[in-house]
Design a protein around this ligand. Structure first.
Ligand code: DX5
Ligand code: ZN
Length: 224
C-alpha cells in the first residue's frame, strides 16, 4: 500500500459537510482524520457523535479518530459503535494506558497513542508493542492551521527507532502543519500517515492538493 493522506474533517465546511465528505471519498485520500476535542484536555471543542454518525453513513474510507479528551475510556465503546477504525488516545490523558489500548482492541479497533510536542518518544518504551499507531503531534493540539514544530522530524525518527528496536508493528502518523514543503521529509523520517487539514481545505482544489501531497511522498508500506 502507498503512503496515506488523512484529511482532517476539522477544517471542512460544516455547512457543506456532505460535499466535503464526497470530495474525500472521491480523492486519493486513504483515511478520514476525525478530531474530537472536549474543551478540557485542549482549549477548544470540536464535534461529537452527531458528526460521527454522518461520517459512518457517508464516508467510504476508514475513520481515523483522534481523541483530545480526558478519561477517554468512558467513550471507547461508543466510538466503536460509531464506526471508528483507528481510535487514538493521548499519552498525556491516560493513567492506565495499557488497559485503555487493550480495551480499544477488544472493541475491534486499531489502538493509537498520540504524543504532545513535549512528550518524548522514549516514554513509549514499555507500551510500543501494544500500539497499532503512534500519532506524533507536530503542533500543540486544539486548533487547525498552526505552525509546524521543527523538532517533529527528530521525534519521528525516535519513534521509528523504538518501533524497530521493540519489533512493534505500529505505524507512525504526523498531525499538524503538514504541507507541501514538509510532507516528503516527514515521510523520509518514517511517517506512514500524514494528516492535513488547512493545507487541503484552504486549497483552491482540495482534491488536487491531496493528490499533490500523495505524489510528493515516497511509497512506503503501511498495514493498519
Ligand atoms: C489539531 C488536530 C489536527 C488538525 C490539523 O489539534 O489534531 O488534526 O486538524 O490541522 P492542520 O493540518 O491545519 O494543522
Ligand atoms: Zn488530529
Amino acid at each position: 500500500m502507498s503512503a496515506i493522506i488523512a484529511p482532517s474533517v476539522l477544517s471542512a465546511d460544516f455547512g457543506n459537510l456532505q460535499r466535503d465528505i464526497e470530495m474525500i471519498n472521491n480523492s486519493q485520500a486513504g483515511w478520514f482524520h476525525v478530531d474530537i476535542m472536549d474543551g478540557v484536555f485542549v482549549p477548544n471543542m470540536s464535534f461529537g457523535f452527531p458528526v460521527m454518525k454522518v461520517l459512518k453513513e457517508q464516508a467510504t474510507k476508514p475513520l481515523d479518530v483522534h481523541l483530545m479528551i480526558v478519561d477517554p475510556d468512558r467513550y471507547i465503546q461508543r466510538f466503536a459503535e460509531h464506526g471508528a477504525h483507528v481510535l487514538t488516545v493521548h499519552y498525556e490523558a491516560c493513567t492506565h494506558l495499557h488497559r485503555t489500548l487493550a480495551e480499544i482492541r477488544k472493541q475491534g479497533m486499531k489502538a493509537g497513542v498520540a504524543l504532545n510536542p513535549h512528550t518524548p518518544a522514549a516514554l513509549l518504551q514499555d507500551i510500543i508493542a501494544d500500539c497499532d499507531l503512534v500519532l506524533v503531534m507536530s503542533v500543540n493540539p486544539g486548533f487547525g492551521g498552526q505552525k509546524f514544530i521543527e523538532n517533529t522530524y527528530q521525534k519521528i525518527s525516535d519513534v521509528k527507532n523504538l518501533i524497530l528496536q521493540k519489533n512493534s508493528q505500529a505505524v507512525i502518523e504526523v498531525d499538524g502543519g503538514v504541507a507541501m514543503d514538509n510532507a516528503a521529509r516527514l515521510a523520509a523520517c518514517g511517517a506512514d500517515v500524514l494528516v492535513a487539514g488547512n493545507t487541503v481545505f484552504s486549497a483552491a482544489n482540495p482534491s488536487a492538493m491531496i493528490t499533490d501531497l500523495r505524489n510528493s511522498i515516497e511509497t512506503v508500506n503501511v498495514s493498519v
